[in-house]
Design a protein around this ligand. Structure first.
Ligand code: DGL
Length: 267
């Protein structure tokens, strides 16, 4: 089937994290049809070897292509940093990826000390190493690997005392180094900003890449003449495909994001 502007934007992540990106995209592009693939069955991607992340990312891409998507947003830092060049080389569809916002954080930091919270897979990737080298020659970067955070969000357990304690222990290096800016390098993390604030206080600036991804999606659709230009009388559809996703966690996040019109399908 030929792709045209009425085809949907496809978005995938290892589960529910990419919904933080979907929300930014739907704010910026309210006339676009959206298809979201929550691959919870394979979460967390961040602990998997690169080859496995590539294989899963290919599978997700093929699913979204089978739904005739016109563009794919890899709403996952781990999949982007490990697999996006391979996806771009193998599929004839535009991809938008997401990477930790190191550059704005380094530019923004007053004390030249920033923190990056991301998965093992992202922090160990070549792309992350390149970006960090390029933009932080005068900035101290404290890297912390998130452990158990994605699992807690996926199982709707991020509001427990136990989770807060786990987070507090992990974020200690940021407190000790007195970072003034924190980069959220995983799309799941915007959902735990209140818990992060409890550990780091209100002064630390928290940056994520959601807005930049939505802006880039808009630009690319315009350049390719694939953007919906006429406002529809009906709200465009949002189809959410899930696999072994916790219904409670999904409902909680959709409610948090104020997304109430969608159709959900189990894979
Ligand atoms: N939300 C993803 C990211 O941005 C992946 C988290 C995971 O599955 O480990 O990195």
């Amino acid at each position: 089937m030929k792709k045209n502007s009425t085809s949907a934007i496809g978005i995938f992540d290892s589960g529910l994290g990419g919904l933080s990106i979907l929300k930014e995209i739907s704010n910026r592009l309210p006339n676009e049809e959206l298809i979201y693939l929550a691959d919870s069955d394979n979460a967390p991607y961040g602990e998997k070897p690169k080859e496995h992340i590539i294989e899963i990312s290919r599978k997700n891409t093929e699913f979204l292509i089978s739904k005739n998507c016109k563009l794919i947003v890899v709403a996952c830092n781990t999949a982007t940093t490990n697999a996006i060049s391979i996806l771009r080389n193998n599929y004839n569809i535009p991809f938008i990826g997401i990477e930790p916002a190191i550059k704005p954080a380094a530019l923004n930091s007053k004390n030249a000390c920033i923190g990056v919270l991301a998965t093992k897979g992202t922090l160990s990737s070549d792309l992350f190493a390149e970006t960090t080298k390029k933009f932080t020659s005068h900035t101290k970067v404290i890297e912390v690997e998130g452990k158990g955070i994605v699992e807690a969000i996926e199982s709707n357990a991020s509001n427990t005392i136990g989770f807060e304690q786990l987070l507090k222990n992990q974020l200690k290096p940021f407190v000790e180094a007195k970072i003034d800016t924190l980069v959220l390098g995983c799309t799941h993390y915007p959902f735990i900003v209140p818990q992060i604030r409890k550990c780091l206080g209100n002064e630390v600036i928290i940056i994520d890449s959601g807005f930049a991804v939505a802006r880039q999606t808009d630009r690319i659709l315009q350049n390719l003449q694939l953007k919906v230009i006429t406002k529809k009388s009906q709200k465009p559809s949002l189809n959410v495909y899930t696999n072994k996703t916790s219904k409670d966690a999904l409902l909680n996040i959709l409610e948090n994001l104020k997304i109430d019109q969608y159709k959900q399908f189990d894979l």
